[in-house]
Ligand binder design. Structure first.
Ligand SMILES: NC(=O)c1ccc[n+]([C@@H]2O[C@H](COP(=O)([O-])OP(=O)(O)OC[C@H]3O[C@@H](n4cnc5c(N)ncnc54)[C@H](OP(=O)(O)O)[C@@H]3O)[C@@H](O)[C@H]2O)c1
Length: 329
């Protein structure tokens, strides 16, 4: 008789089950017949994990002995690392300051999970990485996983870029999969919603910097597929339409029923947001999803933010996705 693992059904340890992606991922894993142990960091979140259908475990990924204990006790066949520390983070001039805790989760947290995985004989390892603003600001507008990463990121984002690179290398060298997601959207508390509603998120310069997005449900679906995929690899998990800011930002404002975004010339944006932020926003490249489609068999339900933004935020969006009233602006 075939074991559950041989039939593709696994005991999956999801680190960060209560986050934006974790809460979409856990129900999809369960729907596919997996059994899920979901970790949370905030003490009150056990009930949220249980409501998603998973067995809750409170865990700080930066406590390596606790990670070791939790993984060995859970005896999973697979681990998915979706832990970040971005709730309530303020984005100022230094990305490294905003991402400091997340960077530790991507380095020390990844190491702790990988070490525990080795000891527990875990067979699959999938981790969250990021696609946007990382590829070298050179050549064409859309990059594949084979294209080089920015060799010289702005000073204020060096540690953040290094942490993502660390995660990509550590995970793939260990035989796992790193998913370079596009910018998430599809939840009420998406980071862009309030600033765009309040017209605090302007088009920078000519708005030529390219971004890649992905709907949270599509990101979760790709993650389920990655779990069933043999072999190590990097995958861009982004929609079909990398787009310049001059196109996606007005569309997002329209989907939210907000006024069109303001435009800010480069010199002024440098004064307000800093040189590094403008370098990234203005020069960014998008990412190609061809490899994920080809090798994982993934087809995004929202092939473009053009359908996804109105579906997530427009009047026909599910109640959960409607942002709370901004109270002004
Ligand atoms: N690709 C992207 O665009 C991208 C990627 C990541 C996040 N974001 C955005 O950032 C915002 C916040 O993200 P989020 O909702 O996922 O929340 P988050 O605060 O980043 O938390 C994510 C998960 O990590 C857990 N966690 C936090 N610190 C931990 C630690 N020290 N050890 C172990 N686990 C830890 C959290 O647990 P608790 O919930 O229990 O605290 C949660 O399960 C969202 O709007 C999201 O869309 C975007």
């Amino acid at each position: 008789m075939l074991t559950g693992y041989e039939r593709g059904m696994m005991r999956v340890f999801v680190a960060g089950a209560t986050g934006a992606i974790g809460t979409r991922l856990v129900p999809q894993l369960i729907e596919h017949g997996h059994e899920v142990i979901g970790t949370h960091r905030s003490p009150g979140n056990a009930e949220r994990v249980r409501a998603l259908g998973a067995e809750p475990v409170a865990l700080d990924l930066l406590d390596a002995p606790a990670v070791h204990r939790a993984v060995l006790e859970a005896r999973p066949e697979a681990i998915i690392h979706q832990a970040t520390a971005l709730t309530g983070v303020r984005f100022g001039r230094s990305l490294d300051r905003s991402f400091a805790a997340t960077n530790r989760l991507r380095t020390e947290g990844t190491d702790a999970l990988l070490a525990a995985a080795r000891e527990a004989g875990v067979r699959r390892f999938v981790a969250q990485s990021f696609a946007s603003y990382r590829y070298a600001r050179e050549g064409g507008p859309v990059k594949t996983e084979d294209d080089r990463l920015d060799p010289d990121p702005p000073a204020m984002a060096r540690e953040t870029n290094a942490a993502m690179r660390y995660l990509d290398d550590a995970v793939t060298n260990a035989g796992g999969i790193a998913l370079r997601y596009g910018g998430f959207y599809g939840a009420a508390n998406d980071g862009l919603v309030q600033p765009v509603r309040k017209r605090q998120f302007p088009v920078i310069g000519a708005g030529g910097g390219i971004s890649s997005f992905v709907h949270l449900d599509d990101a979760a679906a790709a993650t389920v597929l990655a779990l069933g995929h043999d072999g190590a690899g990097l995958y861009n998990i982004v929609d079909d339409e990398p787009a310049p800011m001059s196109e996606w930002l007005p569309a997002l404002a329209a989907a939210l029923g907000a006024k069109p975004p303001r435009h800010v010339p480069l010199w002024l944006a440098r004064l307000i947001a800093g040189k590094g932020m403008v370098m990234m926003a203005d020069g960014s490249r998008g990412a190609s999803n061809a490899k994920a489609k080809r090798e994982l068999g993934w087809t995004p339900r929202y092939p473009s933010w053009r359908q996804g933004f109105p579906a997530a935020y427009g009047s026909a969006a599910p109640a959960e996705a409607h942002p709370a009233p901004s109270g002004g602006g």
